[in-house]
Design a protein around this ligand. Sequence first.
Ligand SMILES: C[S@@+](CC[C@H](N)C(=O)[O-])C[C@H]1O[C@@H](n2cnc3c(N)ncnc32)[C@H](O)[C@@H]1O
Length: 270
Amino acid sequence: MLLDQNELNELTLLIKKQFGLDLSDYAKSSLQRRFHHLCVLNGLTSKLQLFEFIKKQSSKNSLVEKITVSTTEMFRDPSFWTFLREDILKTLGEKEHVTIWHSACSSGEEIVSMAILLQETGLADKTKLLGTDINACLLKKAEKATYAERKLILYKNNYSKASGKENFDAYFELDEQKQFTFKEDLLKNTGFSVFDLVHNQSTMKFDMILCRNVLIYFNADLQSRVLQKLCNCLNPGGFLALGKNESILKSKPYSRLIPYQPVENIYRVY
Ligand SMILES: C[S@@+](CC[C@H](N)C(=O)[O-])C[C@H]1O[C@@H](n2cnc3c(N)ncnc32)[C@H](O)[C@@H]1O
């Protein structure tokens, strides 16, 4: 069941009023897909059933979980991580202290990947990482850094493709519940907090911000506003990494954002 524009407006208004979650500038096609997915998953066959289902949600968090896409993996797009290792971390390594913000970190696989690279490049002790996301449940998972064993083959493969040369197995411990947990030491300089890219504003400054695979869910206006906010949080010379397939900057250039590695969608602020 695909909602038309009027039905979408009605539903986003309801969600804003009842839960304080503002989806009005999320991309229409992506919202349509998410609501359709919700209907299929929960056997909802009419608009009325969908509206009732939404109204019954216990909290904003439970709704956020159902509507947003949280797909992630370690060393996602391995060539991006190779470039970080071979280029950006060398530049950042010249600084006395380094700060990196993962602005939509989902369940933390992106942060653990960064923590591993920092350890392997000798930057771990002088780098502070911040992981934020709109979804509080995902952040709890990120803090634990515990993942299902079935994901291990993919993550190990990605690590190798991302020029990882160490023994990946040494970074985690497997338990009897078929889960693997990364060693606490890796995330010792990492903080987590809920942050909504649409409504929150940060006054902190970072040397690198990752905002990968989230802007695609926003419309062009919201993408511009979020990009502007992120630019304001970068130190001069700081790097901004978007998802590999996010092409938003092609249509709307930002004067302070200079393409640094176009294939990997990395920009630099001067
Ligand atoms: C597809 S995941 C991407 C995760 C990771 N960055 C990656 O590339 O693998 C998108 C993430 O964006 C988060 N998200 C969606 N809307 C958000 C918002 N308004 N503010 C912050 N995070 C948001 C979701 O909760 C989800 O964790």
